[in-house]
Ligand binder design. Structure first.
Ligand code: HSE
Length: 445
């Protein structure tokens, strides 16, 4: 656990003193950070209290970047750059986990404040990084790790620090939102819309981390940690991507008044005995078309927070891209640089609540189940009895013709994951059910 009492006060370099900065990585984000730092250098000096001085940019292949930056700023020796005495802040915009982890730890140990945009790194190693920052009495900022330009880490860490957060749900992956939104508005299938997302530059050449939900799971871990003052890693997040979502699912959702979004859902749960726990999950989710998150189109992101005193808040904007990510990185640079000049340090991670992570089977939600069943007398009653045997109450049942069979679309009231999973597996084995085509969770009502 981190406590401010353990820290010694950092008196600061003094107003007017320069703040040396090293940037690790010169891709889309790194280049924008350098450009904006240069273009608005006078503003940065005023906002910080001293000039920001770029001391170097570390890249893996100098040849590739030749001509994009003054020759004496480029280096392929990241470690030596980090260790320079005139470097006060290190910005990590490389990506990956193992190599940046080594560099970030080295920077923190050397007394440099660190700004990282690396969600996978923070979601996997926040505890270790945070301890290293505490030990060295320096800042560790990562606003850009969640939803790029959208300020949500800062609000959770600072503005909402006096409130009790009940849930944080959001669309935190632009690629999948683009694909699902395009499927919803055109009726096209997943493969075609993934191809379009790739052609337009939204999806990476290897889209696995986005479409399988891993990228969103890292962000969910970071959001849940901040919201619930508890250490949550990406491994604690249940994760299901969008690759199985069909145009039939989208169509059925539409008919019933819903849209399908890949949501990261972080909630505080309270059981019958009043014991609290945390659930963090990422999966395709039906939400009512009038829900604020339903109107988030294209590759935009939005995060919906429910807190006891604040009520409902929504943060909306660009969740990816060089410029929006650079905006968040630069905001963190200003924060960390101010502390270097004026002294002090931002509050570190707060994990005092240390709530347990709920077993996924104990998570309550509603479900939209699409299945094909034999069309004969008594089948509907038999299916309803399978649900009621597991204590699951049905909210609506819709039947459509499906050749010689019937298509049944069942929406349940709130039920536990474990009860629903048992019911679905029994239905799949039953001779009256030809196939369970999809089971999609439903939220937001
Ligand atoms: N690939 C992510 C997205 C952005 O599509 O939103 C970086 O996390």
């Amino acid at each position: 656990m981190t406590t401010t009492a353990q820290r010694t006060y950092n008196p600061g370099k003094g107003v007017g003193e320069p703040v040396g900065i090293a940037i690790l990585g010169h891709g889309t984000v790194g280049r924008e950070v350098v450009r904006l730092m240069h273009e608005y250098s006078e503003d940065f000096t005023q906002r910080i209290g001293g000039p920001l001085e770029l001391k170097g940019v570390a890249v893996s292949d100098k040849e590739k970047h030749r001509g994009t930056l003054a020759e004496d700023l480029l280096t392929d020796d990241a470690m030596s750059l980090i260790e320079r005495d005139d470097v006060d802040l290190v910005v990590e915009v490389i990506g990956g986990i193992d190599y940046p982890r080594k560099l970030v730890l080295a920077a923190l140990k050397a007394g440099k404040s660190v700004i990282t945009a690396n969600k996978a790194l923070v979601a996997a190693h926040a505890a270790e990084l945070s301890e290293a920052a505490d030990a060295a009495n320096v800042d560790l900022y990562f606003e850009a790790a969640v939803a790029a330009a959208i300020p949500v880490v800062g609000p959770l860490r600072r503005s909402l620090a006096g409130d009790q957060i009940e849930s944080v749900s959001g669309i935190v992956n632009g690629t999948t939102n683009f694909i699902l939104d395009a499927m919803d508005s055109t009726g096209a299938n997943y493969d075609d819309m993934l191809a379009e997302a790739t052609a337009l530059g939204y999806a990476e050449a290897d889209p696995t981390a986005d479409v399988e939900g891993y990228d969103a799971a890292s962000k969910a871990a970071i959001l849940a940690s901040l919201a619930f003052h508890t250490r949550v890693t990406a491994d604690d997040v249940y994760c299901e991507g969008i690759t199985n979502i069909t145009s039939q699912d989208i169509e059925a959702a539409k008919k019933a008044g819903y849209t399908i979004k890949l949501l990261a859902i972080c909630e505080k749960l309270t059981d019958a005995e009043g014991k609290k726990s945390i659930s963090a999950r990422v999966h395709p989710t039906l939400i009512p078309r009038e829900h604020p998150l339903a109107s988030v189109s294209k590759s935009f992101n939005a995060i919906f927070v429910e807190a006891e005193a604040a009520g409902r808040l929504m943060f909306y904007g660009n969740g990816a891209g060089g410029n929006p990510t650079a905006s968040a990185v630069l905001g963190d640079i200003v924060g960390a640089a101010r502390n270097k000049v004026h002294g002090g340090r931002a509050p570190g991670d707060s994990t005092y609540a240390n709530l347990p992570i709920a077993d996924f089977g104990e998570v309550p939600t509603r479900y939209h189940i699409d299945m094909e069943v034999i069309d004969r007398t008594g089948v509907l009653a038999e299916i309803a009895s399978r649900f009621s045997a597991e204590g699951i109450s049905l909210r609506t049942v819709r039947q459509e013709e499906a050749g010689e069979n019937a298509r049944l679309i069942v929406v349940t009231h709130t039920a536990l994951e474990s009860d629903l999973a048992r019911t679905v597996s029994q239905l799949q084995e039953s001779e009256i059910v030809k196939s369970v085509n999809s089971v999609i969770r439903l939220e937001g009502e």
